[in-house]
Ligand binder design. Structure first.
Ligand SMILES: Nc1ncnc2c1ncn2[C@@H]1O[C@H](COP(=O)(O)OP(=O)(O)OP(=O)(O)O)[C@@H](O)[C@H]1O
Ligand SMILES: [Mg+2]
Length: 337
């Protein structure tokens, strides 16, 4: 049975996005002109739903495919195969022209607020660009909208005529957030939105994102290395390993009762505020390096580093399915640690 068939969604939780067996392979070039014939399997068969109004956190080691997943869902990249259904419409193969109207509904906030803002444009032009491209309103109306957005994200309206280099990292990220919200999207991928910021401003930006979510009824995919931030902001969490989701469930279940040994290893590295999670205190150090996404291990991809792995794991790939508790887990020996 396919994993998505097992996800039971209560009736009041509307699905906004359905992701079905999504894959994105990048060809590896040997030189500038020649392909080596090898492919990086950045995401390799991912199925799950995103519910309207939720924040779904995505965690996993560097290179496991988090950004690629986010970018493919909002069609900044074209998936190799699989399907993305947004609000009932399959957007996987939409032409650029048709994608344009969907782009209004899906935005992204990038990690690096320095690299993601055009240094030659004034703040007002950056934030107002999506309005201009979509020919929304007169130029005076657009200016009004941009000024009110700047105010809403905690910036002064006279910043309209300043340039990105005049701002701090936190302020730039506020500008990036304002830009993402200009055309009232439904869904925003936040790709490590606070990782490049000073710790002191991280929580301000996270709080701003949460306030804006409520105000504009946004749905977020929140990608981060920082498991504490993900716990704070997410309703559900997807744990990725080498191009796959290995565990998916409500934040509380994932953090208090992780089912996958990889999730447990990730969580064992962070301080535990809750005594019920005492057993996670024992630090689990994973053996070996992250295998190459060009040639992922046979069977369970985590088997080369897993303390529980048996011959079964090295031969048969486990499906993402529900076991004892509510969350979905891809492990033959879920909870057995
Ligand atoms: N445009 C690309 N061309 C070739 N390979 C790519 C491209 N983008 C990503 N990859 C590869 O795909 C894999 C997944 O990358 P991705 O950036 O999605 O990971 P990530 O989980 O976001 O990592 P990080 O935490 O470092 O941001 C990596 O092996 C990466 O090198
Ligand atoms: Mg990334």
């Amino acid at each position: 049975m396919l994993a998505e068939e097992k996800v039971v969604i209560p009736e009041d939780e509307k699905t906004l996005i359905e992701i079905k067996d999504l894959k994105k392979y990048f060809s590896v070039s040997r030189s500038f002109f020649k392909s080596s014939g090898q492919e990086v399997k950045a995401i390799d068969g991912i199925s799950f739903n995103i519910r309207e109004g939720e924040t779904i956190g995505v965690v996993g080691e560097s290179g496991c495919g988090k950004s690629t997943l986010g970018r493919n869902i909002i069609r900044l990249q074209k998936p190799t195969s699989g399907n993305i259904v947004f609000d009932g419409q399959d957007i996987t193969n939409l032409s650029d022209g048709k994608l344009k109207s969907f782009r209004r509904q899906m935005q992204i906030v990038f990690q690096d607020p320095y690299a993601s803002l055009n240094p030659k444009l004034k703040i007002g032009e950056i934030v107002g660009e999506p309005l201009r491209v979509n020919k929304a309103g007169s130029s005076a109306e657009r200016k009004d909208k941009v000024e009110s957005l700047l105010e809403r994200v905690g910036l002064e309206t006279h910043y309209y005529s300043k340039y990105p280099h005049e701002f701090s990292g936190g302020q730039r990220q506020r500008i990036g957030i304002a830009r993402a919200l200009t055309i009232n999207p439904k869904f925003v991928v936040c790709d490590e939105p606070v990782s490049a910021l000073d710790v002191s401003v991280q929580s301000q930006v996270v709080n701003l994102l949460q306030d804006l979510q409520e105000e504009y009824q946004l749905t977020y995919m929140f990608i981060s290395h920082d498991l504490s931030v993900v716990r704070h902001i997410s309703d559900r969490v997807a744990v990725m390993y080498l191009g796959k989701i290995v565990e998916l469930g409500d934040t509380k279940d994932i953090y208090e009762n992780p089912a996958h040994p990889y999730t447990r290893a990730l969580l064992s590295a962070i301080p535990v505020p809750n005594p019920r999670e005492q057993r996670q205190r024992e630090r689990i150090i994973l053996k070996g390096d992250l295998p190459s996404p060009i040639n992922p291990p046979k069977g369970c991809r985590f088997s080369t580093r897993c303390p529980l792995a048996t011959d079964l794991c090295r031969e048969v790939e486990p499906e993402l399915e529900s076991k004892v508790n509510k969350q979905l887990v891809a492990c033959h020996y879920a909870y057995e640690f």
